[in-house]
Design a protein around this ligand. Sequence first.
Ligand code: AMP
Ligand code: MG
Length: 405
Amino acid sequence: MKSAQEARKVILSSVKTLPSEQVSLWEAHGRVLGEDIIAREDLPAFDNSSMDGFALHAADTVEATETKPALLHLAGEVAAGALSVRELSARTAVRIMTGAPIPPGADAVLELEAVKTQNGFVQIEMPVSVGRNIRRKGEELSAGTVVFRHGTYLRAAHLGVLATLGYEKVQVYRKPSVAFLTTGNELVDVGHPLEVGQIRNSNAYALWGLIREAGAEPVNLGTARDDERSLHDKLHAGLSYDVLVTSGGVSVGAYDLVMRVLERLGVQKQFWKVNIKPGMPLFFGLYRNQRERDVPVFGLPGNPVSTMVTFLQFVRPAIQTMQGRTDSEPIRLPARMMQDYVKKDGKRHFLRGILRNDNGSLTVQTTGTQSSAALSSMALANCLIVVPEQRTDIKAGEEVEVELL
Ligand code: AMP
Ligand code: MG
C-alpha cells in the first residue's frame, strides 16, 4: 500500500501542464499565468501627489513658524488628469489634487488640512521636508522588472496590477475539463422522493464544487448503476476529458466494479489503496487518449467525507499542476489540540477541525463525529487536522498540524 506522500508523488509526476491560451483581463480572474509579466513602464509613470494640498518649494518654508508663517503666492491648480507644464516659480504654490502630476520645480506637497489661504496667498506655518506627499515615478515598480512569474494564480489584486501596467490580454493555462461520475444503485438525485434504502447523491454536488474551487471546468457524467454496462458507457465518455474522477465502487464489496471496467477500457492502474483514513481505497490510473496525452483517472471512495478528503489531497494538486500553478501548497500551521484523540493504526489521518485564534495562540478541535459518512463534519470545518502515520493517541494540549481548507 502506498503512503500518502508516495501516492502524491506518483500522481504529480504523471500529470503535465496543459497548453496556455490568451484571454482578456476579464476572463483571467481565477486563472493561472502562462507567461512572466514584466513592467513595460515605470509605476507610477510620473511624480504625483498623494494628497490634496499645495505643491511648493520646500526651500521656501525652511523658516516658517506659526507666528512667522511663509506666505506663498497661489498660482493656480492642477487636478488629476491635468498636465502641469509650467515651472513653479520661487515663493509660489499651486493647489494640487491627489494623483495630479507634480509641477516642474515643486519638490513637496503640504496637505490641505495644514494650510491656511487668504487673498491669493497660502500661509505655511511649518517647514515642509523635500519629497513630502510625493509619489515618485517608478517607486512601486520600475520598467523592466518582473512583476509576476508564470504559475501565479490571478486574484483581484493581480488583475488590477495587470490593468495598471497596460496588459489588456494575458497568457493563461487552459482550464482542465474534469469529468465526474457518481456510482451506486442506492443513489437518487436531489428533488426525487427517497424509497427505503436509498440515499441522495451528495457527491455529485460536492464534486462539482470541489472541481470549480480547484479552478477547473466540471462535466457531470451523471450516475452509473453498479453494473458493468452502465459503468462502461459512462466511463468511456469520461475518458475524453482532461481528467476523470469517479466516486464509489472502488472498495472490496461485491458491487465495486469501477476498477475492473476502467482497466477493461484501457486505463493503466498506477496504484490502488493509500495508507490514509478516510479514503484508503483510492484508485489512480492513466489513460493514453488519441491526442497522446495521459488522462489521470481517480477512483475516489464513495463515502462523502472520503470523497472530499481524497479529492483535496490528491485530485486538486493534480488539477493545479495541470494548470501550471506553482503556489498551490495549502498553508500548514501548528495548533494545540483541545481534546484527546485515539489512534491505534499506522495510517495518516485527516480529521475535520475548527481552528481558532485563542488570544494569539491557535487551538483546534474536531467537528464532532469523524465518521466518513458524516459530510456535515466537512461543512463545519475550516481545516483538516493531519495526524501522521507514526503518531498514535493525541492528548488534549498536544501540538498537531493543520491544513487550512
Ligand atoms: P462505495 O464506495 O460505493 O462502497 O460507497 C461507500 C458509501 O458511500 C456507501 O454508504 C454509499 O452509499 C455512499 N455513497 C457512494 N456514493 C455516494 C454519493 N454519490 N453520494 C452520497 N453517498 C454516496
Ligand atoms: Mg457503491
